[in-house]
Design a protein around this ligand. Sequence first.
Ligand code: FE2
Length: 270
Amino acid sequence: MWEGWIFLNHQKQPEVSLQEFLGDFGTRFAGVSWENTDTSLYFEAHLDANWKVLADAFSETYHIPSIHPATIGKTFASAVNPHSRPLDARFWGPHRQFSTFGNPDYAPPEDAMVEKMAYANRDTGNVLGAAETAGMTEYLDHPAINPKQSKHWALDIAVAFPTLHINLSPGGFWSHRFWPISVNRTRWEAEFHVPKPLTGREKLQQELYITRIAEILLEDVTNTERTQRGIEAGAYDTMQLQDGEVQIRHNLHHVDRWVNARTVREALGI
Ligand SMILES: [Fe+2]
């Protein structure tokens, strides 16, 4: 157990403890007050894609303006940051964190009445909130969350290698898990947390959150199956990554290292 999260080690005699495995990542995120866990909004799908294709899809924001133009294209990018360049990236062994950009000048379209009423996180440029940020001071003030204290912050993506992504946003947190079934098939799970609504406005915010999240996820996961088909076509044997995709580079570097290591300690470099 770590901070309420359950990890499974399938070795009969674990080579390292969970504390050793998580290392400084575990220390850094210790004490986060996991918010709004009244209700879970749970998604699960079996996808025809390698697990790394799924993990990569949720490891950078460079794709957002092109894959999500109608949903979050204008909140995660802006005229000054059209390709959603990240704010910050940090690494601890195979684990990592990535802070993404939010557009503080975003305003809902004139005719988007529900979005306007639901829009509670204006100061952060982020509409991906299931709750108001009032009352979440302890969570938002945690030093691991928005480490640069940027006004342009949308969310942090914290990755416990290899399969757990925890996304920390102004309105709370959610997680993704990527379970490999075969070389080109993955069981994907995503779990979002929603508090009990106390007002009509909060209910509207949640309804918007839920429908928008579902739209965004459909945009992401359908693309992963197309990506896998592209990989299997074999026309390219390399992929170029730019600086904004450093999380993917880091993941692939460590996957390679784990595949080739003889022991867990060797893979972790401890
Ligand atoms: Fe996406």
